[in-house]
Design a protein around this ligand. Structure first.
Ligand SMILES: *Cc1c(COP(=O)(O)O)cnc(C)c1O
Length: 397
């Protein structure tokens, strides 16, 4: 039997806060402190360097990867963890470009997260073979897939609008044109059901501090399709991706498995935190989670539109066409969000004008989203956001 949602008791959320930003940084899972304390005292403290073997540290990237694999429809052994998402984007893209050596165009869309685009730009400079990063509008990606394209690199759920790409159709079109497909699942893993194996995409990457609640700086994950992994040429050929790292050979020889996508020493304390966070996902049915997410976001849109005529829905109205977040456009979105946060409703602001709210059925129920909409309604009606101090920008928005 799947666990009924929500599972609020599994999280330590502060009193009086309605947290609608789990799409950016998931909250603290209850018991995380004890897990970290155990890693520090029993493992690092007592076992010292032996812990790489005795506490299973060296196997952790793959073991935790297998737990993520279940959530994205990937087979066992096809996902590893480590580094940050930006690094994993670079790795996947470099490997994908080597699979299409006669082509020079990377296709992405204007809604992609800047870091993915920046990593592509940096990689193009490093390779120095005249590659081009071409951006289509999100709605026009399918038509932009031509036989010039080496790699299609897209983020499944648009970080700003929540717009969802059709993973199967786009992957099929990419393959029909002879291109390699990379999906960024940053806003999909733990948010919407994903069947990456069925899509037949070559690569997928994602982060674990958003919907998976692994904590700030939690390691990223990378998937490569099992039938290609032994031919993937890792751009970042670190020693822990070597077939026999402790043979200390002078030449790089990649591991004949997903291990070749590892780079250097794994972040053990962060991996332990993520492992602990993934316990909550045991027994969560992704279809049930999706249904709950849609109920929450539909209710929120309805309640906000009834109260805030000034806000314009910037997400697709069809719930099947969006991920687990809802955005509203408003010119003075920044001070509105600051006023809202001060009243205990935490969402975030994305330039130039987007108020963004994430819906996470693990720890939110309908009463929470109705209350959040009421508070947003008050902030808009009373115009309290116009007080000057709400417009002072912080480093992180
Ligand atoms: C959150 C996010 C990132 C962040 O990358 P980091 O290296 O983890 O900072 C990158 N790409 C996408 C699509 C994201 O949503």
């Amino acid at each position: 039997m799947p666990n009924p949602l929500p599972l609020k008791s599994r999280f330590d959320l502060p009193e009086g806060v309605i947290y609608l930003d789990g799409n950016s940084l998931g909250p603290l899972p209850r018991g995380a402190q004890a897990r970290v304390a155990q890693v520090l005292s029993d493992e690092w403290g007592q076992q010292l360097i032996k812990a790489w073997n005795t506490a299973g540290w060296m196997a952790m990237p793959a073991r935790v990867g297998d737990r993520i694999a279940r959530l994205i429809g990937a087979p066992e052994g096809s996902v590893t963890t480590g580094d940050t998402l930006s690094i994993k984007v670079y790795q996947a893209l470099a490997a994908a470009l080597k699979m299409a050596p006669s082509r020079r165009v990377i296709l992405s869309d204007t809604g992609n997260f800047p870091s993915d685009l920046y990593m592509a730009q940096g990689l193009i400079g490093t390779i120095g073979q005249g590659h081009e990063l071409r951006l289509a509008e999100p709605e026009a990606v399918l038509e932009a897939i031509t036989e010039e394209i080496a790699v299609v690199m897209l983020t499944h759920v648009d970080y700003r609008t929540g717009r969802l790409h059709d993973m199967e159709a786009i992957t099929k079109a990419a393959h029909a044109a002879g291109a390699v497909m990379i999906w960024d699942l940053a806003h999909s893993a733990g948010a919407v059901p994903v069947d990456i194996a069925a899509s037949e995409a070559e690569f997928a990457v994602g982060c674990t501090y958003k919907y998976l609640n692994g904590g700030p700086g939690a390691p990223a994950f990378i998937y490569a399709r099992p039938d290609i992994i032994d031919h993937v040429k890792p751009a970042l050929a670190g020693w822990l991706g070597h077939d026999t790292p402790f043979a200390m050979e002078p030449g790089y020889r990649p591991a004949m498995s997903t291990e070749r996508l590892r780079v250097g020493t794994p972040p053990i304390v962060q991996l332990a935190l993520l492992d602990h966070a993934l316990d909550i996902w045991e027994g969560v049915d992704m279809q049930a989670l999706r249904a709950a997410s849609i109920r929450l976001s539909e209710r929120f849109i309805c309640e906000v539109e009834a109260r805030c005529p000034q806000l314009r829905l910037a997400s697709p109205r069809d719930p099947q066409a969006r991920g687990s977040q809802v955005s509203f456009a408003f010119e003075d979105g920044y001070p509105v969000m600051q006023a809202l946060i001060e009243r205990g409703v935490i969402g975030d602001f994305r330039a130039p004008n987007i108020l963004r709210f994430g819906f996470t059925p693990l720890y939110l129920d309908e009463a929470d989203v109705v209350r959040a909409a009421e508070i947003l309604g008050d902030v808009m009606a009373e115009g309290v956001w116009q007080e000057p101090h709400y417009s002072v920008r912080s480093r992180v928005t």
